[in-house]
Design a protein around this ligand. Structure first.
Ligand SMILES: N[C@@H](CCC(=O)N[C@@H](CS)C(=O)NCC(=O)O)C(=O)O
Length: 219
């Protein structure tokens, strides 16, 4: 397999983390190619032939080419999880799917405004009102996840599932942004079930493999 994408991208991190959970090793089971932002490569004709969006991550597995990070996670779990690291009973699977769609369609679009505004936009061009509002909107959205985690240990039940991967990467950015830019984000909602879930994830999964790369982005 070949994974195109820089390791600082949230969407590439999803895939790297998932590969690690499945016991797949860089250099042995897959190769990773830095692409995107200052690495470039994602607008070349060769890359656009793989992914016409010109975005990372893009995964090649033999003849199959996939893009859309959450779809790549679904594929990897389906195709490369002989030990069933991720629960596959129908209730767990579709609860996990639900949170993955929510992450991509609802939560990240809000937090992305704060993230890009504070980390990728020159200070003179930042819309601080929009940045703060998006952060506060994310506080409200994450309350839904916090409520779910009051009754169960992970997003889809009592076992870690692929849906936890995109959620935890967003929550990690939500935490780090507030720590790095408290005046611009405003307060972080005190969501203790999310805190306990993040601790379980930090201690019981391969999260640390990708989280270091995130620290550098928000500094
Ligand atoms: N919905 C897509 C979004 C992909 C996306 O926006 N990727 C960003 C990085 S997180 C990208 O390629 N940006 C251009 C770049 O890095 O040059 C996914 O989940 O894979």
């Amino acid at each position: 397999m070949r994974l195109w994408g820089r390791k600082s991208s949230i969407n590439v991190q999803k895939v790297l983390w998932c590969l690690a959970e499945l016991g797949l090793e860089e250099g042995k089971d897959f190769e990773q190619i830095d692409a995107g932002l200052h690495f470039g490569k994602n607008r070349t004709p060769e890359f656009l032939a793989l992914n016409p969006n010109g975005l990372v991550p893009t995964l090649e597995d033999g003849e199959l080419v996939l893009w859309e990070s959450n779809t790549i996670l679904r594929y990897l779990a389906h195709q490369h999880d002989p030990s069933t690291r991720f629960p596959t009973d129908i209730a767990s699977q579709y609860s996990s799917e639900k949170w993955m769609d929510w992450q991509l369609g609802t939560m990240w679009p809000a937090l992305r405004i704060t993230f890009l505004g504070l980390t990728r936009t020159p200070e003179s061009e930042r819309n601080y009102e929009a940045i703060r509002k998006a952060y506060q909107d994310t506080n409200g959205l994450l309350t839904l996840l916090d409520q779910q985690l009051a009754n169960q240990r992970y997003c889809s039940g009592d076992s870690f599932n692929i849906g936890d991967i995109p959620l935890a990467l967003c929550v990690s950015r939500w935490n780090l942004l507030q720590q790095a830019f408290p005046d611009q984000t405003g307060p972080r909602a005190p969501l203790h079930n999310i805190d306990a879930w993040m601790k379980r994830i930090e201690e019981g999964t391969q999260f640390s493999l990708v989280s270091e790369k995130t620290l550098n982005i928000v500094k």
